[in-house]
Design a protein around this ligand. Sequence first.
Ligand code: GUN
Length: 300
Amino acid sequence: MGADIIDGKAFAAVVRGKVGEHVARLMADHGIKPGLAVVLVGEDPASQVYVRSKGKQTVEVGMNSYEHKLDIDTSEADLLALIERLNNDADVHGILVQLPLPGHLNEDLVINSIDPAKDVDGFHISNVGLLATGQKSMVPCTPLGCLMMLRDHHGSLSGLDAVVIGRSNIVGKPMAQLLLGDSCTVTIAHSRTKDLPDVVRRADIVVAAVGRPEMVPGDWIKPGATVIDVGINRLDAPERGEGKTRLVGDVDFATASAVAGAITPVPGGVGPMTIAVLLANTVTACCRAAGLPEPEGLTA
Ligand code: GUN
């Protein structure tokens, strides 16, 4: 029997719909239009695509989008000055600095210069600490998107065994915190984990976020488990024609989907959720700044 396919594209459209409704109400009832500022330093092609997509979707849900594109050799002082300006701009409710930054810029310093209340990525050290201690925070977009899909599929996650493969600050660690917050028994596995297949086989929930194409095969998956594949890896696909590529996840979809109870595909799984949650976080930040109730179902 094949697994249920968790349709992240459709789920993201629902999230964007809820965000759009909330934005319309904020405008109608309070005259407030949420605004998201995105800062891109340099011309990394993948980052340019993401930033364009973020700007487009921000406008589509009725919010203001402010894009700041800076030269690759922008000084740290100039970047920090821009962030300070955005921190003090009442029309800007969310600030995102696209990562990775060019090597001469200190990423930690830059991220920690963002006002934590406007840190819609949830990367500021204050938000990391608030999440870890179970307090209200801004929550990183990709893990929050995964949590929303898991809650939607399972209802309660309480007592389930969850394995997160990958320990990054952007996905692995916050994902583990969120699952712990929903009362899962959580294991964080990584490149040094002993007997990784056995660790994964114990899990009711597997979140793969390592960035290694198709590294998790179906025979690592407990029958009926839910598999969330965060990986987006581009492989050459000469069988599709010269110079063609295809996207695959960190999970071998063909074998895993034969064993799992539910699985997210790549593309069309976790990927579309990240920007949808970014928009949700911006509305949440806006509501908090204005002292208004937060949108329901769009926060952790
Ligand atoms: N680069 C890749 N993913 C992300 C993300 O979620 N946020 C930021 N700021 N940069 C990224």
